[in-house]
Every structure is written in C-alpha cells, then in structure tokens.
Design a protein around this ligand. Structure first.
Ligand SMILES: [Zn+2]
Length: 288
C-alpha cells in the first residue's frame, strides 16, 4: 500500500512512499520549460499511482512535474537563467535560483536521479550518463547512450546530473527526441517504467513492449571537432548517431576536405549555421 502526498513547500512535487526506506528515486521533468514530453509522462505516471494501476513494491518515488513552471507558461527554455546550469553553484537571485534550491533538497535525499529532457532538433531518443553507472544504464529501455559528456568539461557545470553524481546518486539525463515529437511522451513513459523496474520499485512488466538492448550505440565521448574556419560545411546529411564508413568525405572546413580515418558514429552534430570559426561542430566518440 503506497502513500501519495503533495509537497507543501516544493510546488508541483509529489512523494509516493511504500513504507520501505530504500531506494529513493527522484524524477525531474520540465527543467527546461519548452520540453513537454517528460512532464506529460510524469502526469500519466502520477495518475497511474493515484488510480492504483501501479503500486510501489519498495522505496520512495519523488516526482517533479514541471521543474521550471514559469518558463513552461511562457513556452521558453528558461525565464532568466538556464536552470540546468545552476545546480550546486553560487547562484544569482532569480526565480530559477529559488527553484533549484528546492530541487537540490530532493536530490540530496535520493539514491537515483532521472532528469527528463527533449532536443531542439530531430533525434533518436538517447541518454547521458557516466561509466560508473554502466550496469544500471544497460537495463534501461534506451538503445543510444552517451557516456563521458560531463567528463569532457565542455559544458559548464551546474547541471542536475553532475550535481546528483556529486551527492553519490546514480544519475542519468534522458532525451526523448524532438521537443514536439508526437512519440516523445511515449518514449519518456517507457523509459521511466524501465527505471522503476530496474530500481525495484515496480515489478518487471514487459507486456506489449519488446526490448533488446543492442548496445551498438553506447558511446564514450573523447573530444570534439572545432571548426578551423568560418566556412564549415558537412558533406553528408549529418544526424545524431549516424554511422559513417571509413574514407567517407565527411566535411569541408575552408579548403580542407576531411575523410574519415576509421568507421565512426556522428554524435550531436550542430547545424551548419550554428558553427563558426573555433566553435565545436560535433563530437568524437569511441565505442564503450
Ligand atoms: Zn532540456
């Protein structure tokens, strides 16, 4: 018999407890206000607990259904500051700052953090994590995984996943595809279900869902390519996780034609109009 309560002091947050203490799984949605699929998926999940379609086996589930409410109302990524750069750092005084302080308190009492996002460009659903969580990640329903993103040090710190790692949480960031993809909510729902089953909060229930984790697209990022000129163009139709054969002409940077020295998978290529001289164009990877 689980108990469901709404937090009084942390808006749009819910606690579902089984009465057994371990583990505590915290799921964020809407850290960016223009990414509705995770929010929709958690609304459905909450409803399933309210109607007793789901019942917790053990542990505690913390749901944040819309982390950045003010940005959601404006259909914007954020209002004043990107919330996903404010975790665990000295913060400016603004709405997002107050909200992050509330959300940090939820992470501090959790064993797992799942942060649900979506992307601004079409992409297969994929996930970020770090190699120390590999055995957990390999049970989740996501075939495309990027390890080593934060270790690259390319992105400024302050994201929820890195903060949670510092608090000894097992943490992952899930991207359900394009912000407006009609499949986004379903992708996020299936992913969350696999999290709750892998953390022993729910029974494994694979009815109507077939899953085989191929691990062909589990990659470790090694670095990134920086455009040498302002005249960078792809010679291929660049898309996330595109496998490319050895010796393919992959891009032109000014006068230079670049052929791939070995078979590879392209990870998170930027749009050409967003690539300027000395800016990163895409990421280099190796297979895990
Ligand atoms: Zn996001």
């Amino acid at each position: 018999m689980h108990q469901l309560q709404r937090y009084n002091d942390i808006p749009f947050s819910y606690r579902i407890s089984s009465g057994l203490s371990w583990p505590t799984v915290c799921i964020f949605s809407g850290v960016h206000g223009n990414e509705p699929s995770g929010i929709d998926a958690l609304h459905m999940l909450l409803h399933d607990f309210e109607s007793w379609k789901h019942s917790l086996l053990q542990g505690t589930l913390l749901l944040v259904i819309g982390a950045n409410q003010e940005a959601m109302e404006l259909w914007q990524r954020f209002v004043e500051y990107d919330m996903n750069r404010l975790f665990g750092i000295d913060k400016p005084t603004c709405y997002e700052w107050k909200r992050v302080v509330e959300l940090e308190s939820l992470i501090n009492e959790s064993d797992f953090l799942i942060d649900l996002h979506s992307t601004s460009k079409p992409s297969v659903p994929f996930m970020f994590s770090e190699l120390q969580h590999q055995s957990f990640v390999e049970n989740l329903w996501v075939s495309h995984v990027i390890y080593g993103w934060w270790a690259l040090g390319w992105v400024t710190v302050g994201d929820a996943e890195s903060y949670a790692n510092q608090q000894w949480c097992v943490s992952v960031t899930y991207e359900s595809g394009d912000h407006r993809s009609p499949d986004g909510r379903q992708n996020a729902s299936a992913f969350v279900l696999s999290v709750l089953q892998s953390t022993w909060l729910l029974w494994w229930e694979t009815k109507g869902m077939e899953w085989e984790n191929q691990k062909d697209f589990h990659v470790y990022l090694e670095g990134f390519y920086t455009a040498k000129t302002g005249d960078f163009s792809y010679a291929i139709a660049a898309e996330n996780f595109l496998p490319i054969d050895k010796d393919t002409l992959i891009w032109r940077d000014g006068w230079e034609d670049i052929f791939l020295p070995a078979w590879t998978i392209l990870v998170m290529p930027k749009s050409e109009d967003a690539i300027h001289q000395w800016k990163e164009a895409f990421f280099r990877w190796k297979k895990v």
